[in-house]
Ligand binder design. Structure first.
Ligand code: PLP
Length: 454
C-alpha cells in the first residue's frame, strides 16, 4: 500500500521562519518613497507598520524566531498535511509522484493566517489598537479578521466592491470575527472618492482597495496600522512555515522534489512553500525546478516589465523594483481565478529575473479543468488561485508520462474553493473564456511608471 499522508507532530512545528534575504543571489533593490522616489526611511514605513515588521523587511538573519503566542495559534491547524495524490497519479497514468501541501485546513481555508496571526501579534506588542487592510475575494480579510479577533485588535477592511457583492459569505466570516467591512471604492477616503468621481460604477480593484487602506492608516495619526496580505518581504517570510514543514515531510516520504510549484498573485504562498527549497538550491547544491504560476489574463511575471513601480493604484504606497503590468492595471472582468495584483513581490521578481525561479502563465479554462480533474480524483475542490498550481503539476506529470521519467512533484494547494462556487458555477455553465491580456494595454500602462533615476 502506498502511503498517502505525511503528518508532523505538533511538536515539530517550526520554531523559526526562513528569511531568504540571507541567501539572495542578487543584492536587494531599494524601496522608494512614492513622492520623492528616494529610498524610504524607517520613519515613513513606521506610519504604516510596527518597527518589528520593518526590521524583518530588511533583516539578513537567515532564521527569525517565531514568537510563542504565534506558534500557539498556529497549532490550531499546523503542521498542515503533506499528501501524496496517488489517485490523481493513477487517473493521469503517470510515473511521476505528485505531492501537495494542503493549506486549506486553516480555519479560514487558506495559507493567509500564517502571516495574519504574526502581523496581529507584532502590532499588539507595539501597542497598536486598530488596524486596516484591503481584501479582494475575502481570504485575506477573513484571515486578518480572525487574527485581530485573537489579539483583541479592531479591524477595518476595504473589500473590492465586485467581490463584496459576489462573495457575501467571506464578508460574513469577517463580520463574525467583529471586523468592519466596506465595499471599495468608498467615499471614506480621497483615493476612493477620486475613483468614484471618474466612474461611479467602478467595480473596484485590489490596487484601489490598497490605496484606501493605506490612506486610512496614514491619516490616523498613528492610531491605525496597516497590514498587507502578500508582496512584502516579511509576509513571504511568515509563510515559510509551509516549506519548512514540507522539507521534513518529504524526508518522511523518503523522496526529494525535482519540481516545486506554487501559484503566484503577490507571491506569498508560492514563496512560503518554495523558498526553503530555493535555499537548498542556492546553498546545498540541489537542483529542484521551481515554478511560479500566474493567470494568462494577469501575467505580471511573463508579460510585465521588471522595473520600479508603485505598490498601489493611487501611487501612495512605496515604489519597488518588481515585475509589473503597471499600477494602473485593472484585471479583465472575465477573469475568475484570483491572482489579480498588478505586480509581484520584489524577491520573487528578482529570483525570476536571475533565473532561479521559472515563471509560467496558464489560461483560465485549462486551469478550471485541472481543478475539476483534481477534485474528482482527490476529493478537494481547490481555490481557483491554487488551481493554477494544480494545472502545472498535472502538465508536468503528463510530461513525465510522455518521457517515462519518474519525477517527484510537490505543489502548494494554498486553499480550498468552498467560497468560490460562483467561479466554478460560471465555469460549468460555459460562461468563462480564455483571455490573453492585450499587449497594447501593457504598453500603455508602462507610460505611467514612476521616473526613477537609479
Ligand atoms: C490570496 C491567495 C493566493 C494568492 O496570493 P499569494 O500571496 O500570491 O499567495 C493564492 N491562493 C489562495 C488560496 C489565496 O487565498
Amino acid at each position: 500500500m502506498t502511503r498517502r499522508q505525511f503528518l508532523l507532530e505538533e511538536s515539530r512545528l517550526p520554531r523559526a521562519w526562513y528569511n531568504i534575504n540571507a541567501d539572495m543571489p542578487v543584492p536587494p533593490q531599494p524601496v522608494l518613497h512614492p513622492k520623492t522616489l528616494e529610498p524610504v526611511t524607517p520613519d515613513f514605513l513606521s506610519v504604516l507598520f510596527p518597527m518589528a515588521l520593518i526590521m524583518q523587511e530588511v533583516s539578513t538573519e537567515r532564521y527569525i524566531e517565531i514568537p510563542e503566542p504565534v506558534r500557539e495559534i498556529y497549532r490550531l491547524w499546523r503542521p498542515t498535511p503533506l499528501i501524496r495524490a496517488t489517485r490523481l497519479e493513477k487517473a493521469l497514468d503517470t510515473p511521476a509522484h505528485i505531492y501537495f501541501k494542503y493549506e486549506g485546513v486553516s480555519p479560514v481555508g487558506s495559507h493567509k493566517p500564517n502571516t495574519a496571526v504574526a502581523q496581529a501579534f507584532y502590532n499588539k506588542e507595539a501597542g497598536t489598537r486598530a488596524m486596516c487592510t484591503e481584501t479582494g475575494a475575502g481570504q485575506w480579510g477573513s484571515a486578518m479578521a480572525m487574527a485581530c479577533n485573537f489579539f483583541g485588535l479592531d479591524l477595518e477592511i476595504f473589500m473590492v466592491k465586485v467581490s463584496y457583492h459576489q462573495k457575501p459569505y467571506r464578508r460574513v466570516i469577517m463580520d463574525n470575527f467583529g471586523a468592519t467591512v466596506y465595499a471599495s471604492p468608498t467615499d471614506r477616503t480621497h483615493a476612493g472618492r477620486a475613483v468614484l468621481a471618474e466612474n461611479p460604477e467602478s467595480p473596484g480593484s485590489l490596487g484601489i482597495a490598497i490605496s484606501e487602506a493605506v490612506e486610512t492608516a496614514a491619516v490616523s495619526g498613528g492610531a491605525k496600522k496597516y497590514a498587507l496580505g502578500s508582496v512584502l518581504g516579511h509576509v513571504l517570510m511568515h509563510q515559510t512555515v509551509i516549506g519548512l514543514e514540507a522539507l521534513e515531510q518529504m524526508e518522511m516520504a523518503g523522496e526529494y522534489p525535482d519540481i516545486v510549484i506554487g501559484c503566484a498573485g503577490g507571491g506569498s504562498s508560492f514563496a512560503g512553500l518554495a523558498y526553503p527549497f530555493v535555499r537548498e538550491n542556492l546553498t546545498n547544491g540541489k537542483k529542484t525546478k521551481i515554478i511560479a504560476v500566474e493567470p494568462a489574463s494577469c501575467p505580471s511575471m511573463t508579460r510585465g516589465k521588471y522595473t520600479f513601480d508603485y505598490g498601489d493604484t493611487a501611487a501612495s504606497a512605496p515604489v519597488m523594483k518588481m515585475y509589473t503590468l503597471g499600477h494602473t492595471f485593472i484585471p479583465p472582468s472575465i477573469h475568475a481565478g484570483g491572482l489579480r495584483y498588478h505586480g509581484m513581490s520584489a524577491s520573487v521578481s528578482a529570483l525570476v529575473d536571475h533565473g532561479d525561479v521559472e515563471a509560467r502563465a496558464v489560461p483560465q479554462l485549462a486551469t478550471f479543468a485541472a481543478a475539476v480533474e483534481f477534485s474528482k480524483a482527490e476529493g478537494i475542490l481547490p481555490a481557483p488561485e491554487s488551481a493554477h498550481a494544480v494545472r502545472v503539476a498535472i502538465d508536468e506529470a503528463l510530461e513525465c508520462k510522455k518521457s517515462g521519467q519518474k519525477k517527484v512533484i510537490v505543489f502548494n494547494l494554498s486553499g480550498h474553493g468552498h467560497f468560490d462556487m460562483m467561479a466554478y458555477d460560471a465555469y460549468h455553465r460555459g460562461q468563462l473564456q480564455d483571455h490573453d491580456y492585450p499587449q497594447a494595454q501593457v504598453d500603455e500602462a508602462m507610460t505611467h511608471l514612476p521616473k526613477v533615476s537609479l
